[in-house]
Design a protein around this ligand. Sequence first.
Ligand code: SF4
Length: 336
Amino acid sequence: MSKIIEVRDLNKHFEVTSKMGLKTHLVKAVNGVSFNVSEGETLGLVGESGCGKTTTGKLILKLIKPTSGEIYLEGKDINKISSKEMRRIRKDIQVVFQNPYAALDPKMTISDILSEPLSIHKVVFKYDYEKEVKRLLSLVGLSTNDAQKFPHEFSGGQRQRIGIARAIATRPKFIICDEPVSALDVSVQSQILNLLNDLQKELKISYLFIAHGLNVIKHMSDKVGVMYLGKIVEMGAEEDIFNNPRHPYTKVLLASAPIPDPQVDRERQVIKGEVPSPISMPEGCTFHPRCEYAMEVCKKRAPVLLSIGNGHQVSCHLIEEKASEARSGAYDVSLV
Ligand code: SF4
């Protein structure tokens, strides 16, 4: 499968001045993030609020500028190409927003909302707009008679379908889905997720799927990146992350998630402590104040993201230790 998006060592750091204006702090919202997404693949990004997953999405959309790092769309660095070429390829990267109530202009009809990207990106000739709008509405499971209605005439789930229709109007290769179901009733969430899955199969779109709900991430993702305070601490195939998590944060995140099955009786763990303030991040491994396995080295030195096979990567000193023991022949790191 060819790579659609490749992100290399992406950083977004902000300077924040204290209320009194006396001190400046550096906030590392995204701190050395790397991943790639292949054709027709979904990468799920998961983590607590403020971990940097939405900022990562904004950097790929070029809504904000990175401090450093590279973002490639089919091999082209989107931060180095000309604005003319960027205009041409902007249609290839689209977004579905979290809030379908705020994402649609209440004064525009659905036909106008869906015709706008067709016109901006010259997807079809003007005389084909009406036909194309109807095709888009059918693709997302809405009636073709809905074209002349306004957003307020639709439910939340239907509005999100319109948001998805607008995202696919430009025939993109890559869509960032930023918490696309978290503002919807539980009863319609699965319908929207299934729609996104069906469209992916039909149109071969790649997704970056951002969510804090693990069940949603599991349902949608081929591979998963777990973020904590701006870094990916674990990345791997969906089944490896959910069946065989290696990072202490991933383990406790999974153990603290609710199980949507009343037959399953399991005591939920609670993650110790609060996420530290991004303006005073802990030294070493930023998870160490909350980690039950923290060692002295964890307070001093940040672990590196280490490959342990099958595309599975973990950033933890426990894994580093086992890896060095494996190199000396004492362990097989894949069994750590
Ligand atoms: Fe815990 Fe240390 Fe691993 Fe960080 S590096 S997750 S503190 S064991």
